[in-house]
Write a protein that binds this ligand. Sequence first.
Ligand SMILES: Cc1ncc(COP(=O)(O)O)c(C=O)c1O
Length: 368
Amino acid sequence: MSYSFEDAASPYLKGLPPYRHGRPFVECSRGPVSEDWVKLDYNENPLGPSPLAVKAIQGVLHGINRYPDCQGHDLKGRLAERLGLSAAHVALGNGSSELIDLCARCFLGPGVEAIIGDPAFAFYGRVVQAAGGQRVSVPLKAFRHDLQAMAERITPRTRMVFIGNPNNPTGSCVPPHDIAAFIEALPERVIVLLDEAYREYLPDELQPDTVRYVREGRPVIALRSFSKIYGLSGLRIGYAIAPPDCVALIDKARQPFNVNALAGAAAAAALGDEAHLAGSKRLNEDGKQYLYQALEELGLRYVPTAANFILVDIERDVDQVVRALAEKRVAVCSLARYGLRTSLRVTIGSSHENERFIAVLREVLTTS
Ligand SMILES: Cc1ncc(COP(=O)(O)O)c(C=O)c1O
């Protein structure tokens, strides 16, 4: 009989389902994404990466026989300067996903609870479970984080509260003054993990003053990503902004060279590419208005978004529709696994991609 690794596994991993991609993604991701796929399932930037990032990668390619700078001095310095903080307030990660995981490993364990909105980014629940912590789910209210209900669920066992702002998969955000009031009223030893992967899509007046909380030494960890508006998903790089003693803990938990040389160089270059950032925002805004109108013409309800994706209620079995869309090489995300059995999440793409999505959706809905 062969050895059972499952039996030998950490008890926290037992019962954790494997991370699965939808079928459409599996097909798309075999080799370079084929041109004829309209890929609107992963909230990526349809404009592509910043040309400055691509140039920066070319500049460091010849040196990849060397390990990268394990402290990420250059990128941390640039981030700190932009944020008005010190480099000691910044941690780098292999995507913000790695930082979500590291935070859970730093602060959670048996007997400790983490409060998470429902639905929210599925990865939060996974890292809490893998760290041995207990997830406490708080339903969203009108598709938005219900901060009051979350505050009411805080007990002496609570160590973390996860707030995706904007939230995935709903695209909703909470007004900055609500976040400020929530942080102000936090009992001691409760940490807010403010996931700002889509922050740059928010209009200025809806961007919380995250940096101020961190500067004041509040128990706040803000996570940001280069995968979304910066168009660097494939490189895997993100960063955390937190008080220095928190950054020092994350540094202890991470592996030494968690951010590769290409990602570090590309991210530093992308940060300074204001034209790419503005173009990406504009494309997203135009696409959003087009999709809103087209969805209304199809008689479909959607959640107004503050990010680069839209939750759409198609009022029929979503998995069937997502499959039918994939057969026509349009990839979107089914939200059935979030308990939203008639909803999908579509990334706001280029105008061609948005038009193709709407045309194929119209066809699928009229024939299903
Ligand atoms: C809310 C949210 N947080 C974090 C991430 C992870 O992003 P990254 O690519 O930086 O790991 C995602 C990815 O989709 C997300 O939607």
